[in-house]
Design a protein around this ligand. Sequence first.
Ligand code: GAL
Length: 413
Amino acid sequence: MKKWLLLSLLVSMNPAFSSPSVEMLHWWTAGGEEKALSLIEKQFESLPYVLKSEPISGGGGAPAKAILQARAIAGYSPDIALMEGPAIQSWAALGFLNNVNEVAASHGWGQSLYPDIKAIHQYEGNYVAIPLNIHRLNWMWINKKVLNQHQLSSPQTWESLLSALTTLKGKGVNPLALGEDSWQVVQVFENIAFGVGGANYYREAFVDLDPDALNSDKTFEALNRFRSLANIVGSDLPNMSWDQGTKAMLEGEFAFQFTGDWALGEMLSAEGEIPDHIECRAFPSTEKGFIYNVDSLAFFTNVTGEDHNMTPVMTSLSSPQFLLDFSKKKGSIPAQANIPVSELSRCQRQSYQDYIHASSEGTAMPSLTDSMAVNPVLQNAVSNELYRYFMNSSISAETLIGHLHAINNEVFR
Ligand code: GAL
């Protein structure tokens, strides 16, 4: 058979060749994240498109977000991008995003989305992205085997946590799985700040950047605690991604990890269930609360031509069954209310109860570090300052607070 004939036959038989591809840019490169992503890919099977995954590694997505911006400026944005928080509205304001009002109508988002989440996904009255899930950030992941070996119990207060970390370090045990990424480090600060001051303080200081709240004793106390932790783990942090940290904690190389429940997705992916020796406990706090972020998918207008009707796939990506299945892999809870969570793991069921409670009490707070609280420029500026403070013990709390005021007063608003 002639070569060209064979080739055209192959092309017509293989959907990967014959179907146009739809590109999705994201930062899901860890085991649990990839499993969750494969569920999104599956939704495309019923369509004449193939999902082309474009992963840019880097926990929290900073490199992926930078590449997304560069591509959009250069005029070749992807069709779909993973997004979080206020950035969704910025992209919509620039005219890059398709509205997803049809999806919202078919899944009754008016009733089924939690109020905070609904607000993030709207711009000028239109829905402009699809919320998939809610991750909790103020978790401690604890390897109980390691604690038991050293006659320690799970800490419930900041003081007992600090004492457990100090004891472990004194015995030559690695206390905390924390890599050198700024994203990993600064997340811990928001847990500490919430723990010191509760929801109202957290909102005033790290969502509104209110000068009085930033100048308060609570900020000094939070910074002192952050410094105590730095003194224990040292500034020479390992070059370890968050998922390497989770695996190492799981295997007993570290006693604790403080990060969001994407760590749970990693454990579920590696072990099929949460191992008995792993405990999930809310980070110590004077007030119960929930620091969250939401993974959302935004659909870009410029590449997706008229004949790319993606409404069916968008609709399936927002169905309650899909959201539940997705969270089973991702370690999160579904982004829509009224989805039964009895099939989720014990930590996710706790997360769900705590979220419902926090959201009714007004103590569910958006994560600053994970792009939910303020615009990306402010987020990066504040995160950089906090990271420098952690890594460099010669920076005083006064100096740091002065820098936060400057950020707040200047060009970043
Ligand atoms: C977060 C994102 C999660 C997660 C994590 C680690 O920003 O919301 O889905 O995977 O980054 O990369």
